[in-house]
Ligand binder design. Sequence first.
Ligand code: S3P
Length: 448
Amino acid sequence: MSGHGTPTPMTSHKSGPLSGTAEVPGDKSISHRSLILGAMAVGETRISGLLEGEDVLDTAKAMRAFGAEVTDHGNGEWRVYGVGVGGFAEPENVIDCGNSGTGVRLIMGAMATCPITATFTGDASLNKRPMARVTDPLALFGAQAVGRSGGRLPMTIVGAADPVPVHYVVPVPSAQVKSAVLLAGLNAPGKTVVIEHEATRDHTERMLAGFGAEISSEQTNEGRVITLTGQPELRPQTIAVPRDPSSAAFPVCAAIITPGSDVLVPNIGLNPTRAGLFTTLREMGADLNYENEREEGGEPVADLRARFSPDLKGIEVPPERAASMIDEYPVLSVVASFAKGQTVMRGVKELRVKESDRIEAMASGLRAGGVEVEDGPDWWIVHGRGHGNVPGGQVCASHLDHRIAMSFMVMGMATQAPVSVDDGSPIATSFPIFEPLMSSLGADIRQG
Ligand code: S3P
């Protein structure tokens, strides 16, 4: 788990041209879901390409604590022997979800309609994050939650013994909240309906359908209406986890800002609910192409080809695109620093409640590196300095946030002076091979 050991300072020095192939790890969102749904199916689910980052490993441990058999067969091959919907056993000890908001929120949903009690905790970052957004709808099913002030972890959930299905309009654009409600709805008799005004990543819906649940979604004037019929028997699946577009973002953005670069990032899932960054980069004038476009396992996939792009221009990112690139704003703000003109990002309040307050963390690190940033409650503006004109030379706090640490490492590849982070250890939560992979492309990242 990150944030519990000694901090690992890292420095990114100016890089020569980045070139080669970047094979990024499996998708974090899909990895969590394959373990959790595998644990709720009856029989053996086989998973390949699982992300073996700390967040997902914590979810694997949690599924064992709830009674599933979860085994590692090497090279990203895992098997989960599930206990069936409603079959979770009561864990003997506290469930530690480490740094992972997705892990804890989805697992709370999955156990909230079982007649068991579980206590959840996490690292210093996770224990600051809001959980009422999940426990409020779980209470409608009949579950009870007792946590620290402000709805923070550690928190105990007493699952509903006689759950009832719910009708819930998700008040914030959050796939975690939507997914928690759907997973809870699995063990409630009858139809659970979830409505979201803005479409967020739909991996839970797609995977539930794959596991044989009766689930449908339709676009109405109210938003996306998702209807799930409770108490199905989930059939075990064979799942090939696609590579993570949110991890692909780092080598792609690094190539775009680093002179002479030409990098191929193969097999990236381009589910429209996830691909907003790539559209935005292309609008900024980035030399980014989709090669070999195809469909795999019902998801659009392509190889991304990113080349150095000297004439980037700042743009206004459409707020309605925010959900499809919510984890990519930190690294986008780095690219925006190397563009000419302002990049305006609005409708992004959710960035303030991620692993860190990502607007604050990026704005202060960028300012310390000579980039002008303005920010408000749900918006920020990066004043780009143009290629070759970003000073750098700063030490940034990563705030136990993997994406903040990786974003500043990308920045240092193209600034005049090196960029450091106080602690790079959180990178292991989502992208454990980040440093060797970027080094293999030509980056100069050093410890210390
Ligand atoms: C995720 C949803 C998003 C995202 C997170 C992964 C998921 O969070 O930021 O990294 O797998 O459902 P929110 O649901 O809070 O927006």
